[in-house]
Design a protein around this ligand. Structure first.
Ligand SMILES: [Cu+2]
Length: 125
């Protein structure tokens, strides 16, 4: 059966753009993430559009881990730009912990998707 040859190319481009816009080219192995030293821990809760504590910037060294626990009052999605594409499903009322390991220097946003909120900024140096 004939298929549209343009399609795989279009999907490839989308994947490239997706990776570029999220800034997460280097995937770390689960072992590397698990063994990175935890430099700081943070707990954030989101109720509606209110973020507690209010969004701040955390400093993190390359190779260090930030352990972030997020609790939301509604089902949502957590997304950390620049951290091995870290994503997590958030369930209402259930604290979810993710480990963000700095792999390259830069300032990265950690956000929820529904609603779109920047809950934390991480400066990796
Ligand atoms: Cu996102």
């Amino acid at each position: 059966m004939r298929v549209n040859r343009a399609l795989p190319y279009a999907i490839g481009l989308l994947a490239l753009f997706g990776a570029a816009s999220c800034g997460s080219p280097d995937a770390l192995s689960p072992e590397a993430i698990a063994s990175a030293p935890v430099a700081s821990r943070m707990e954030i809760s989101v109720s509606g559009t209110t973020i507690t504590p209010p969004p701040t910037q955390v400093e993190l060294g390359v190779g260090q881990a930030l352990e972030l626990t997020v609790t939301v009052d509604h089902d949502d999605e957590l997304h950390a730009h620049g951290f091995n594409g870290a994503e997590a499903d958030l369930k209402a009322g259930k604290p979810t912990t993710v480990r963000l390991v700095g792999t390259e220097s830069g300032v990265f946003e950690v956000e929820t998707h529904d609603p779109a909120l920047t809950i934390l900024t991480v400066a990796v140096r």
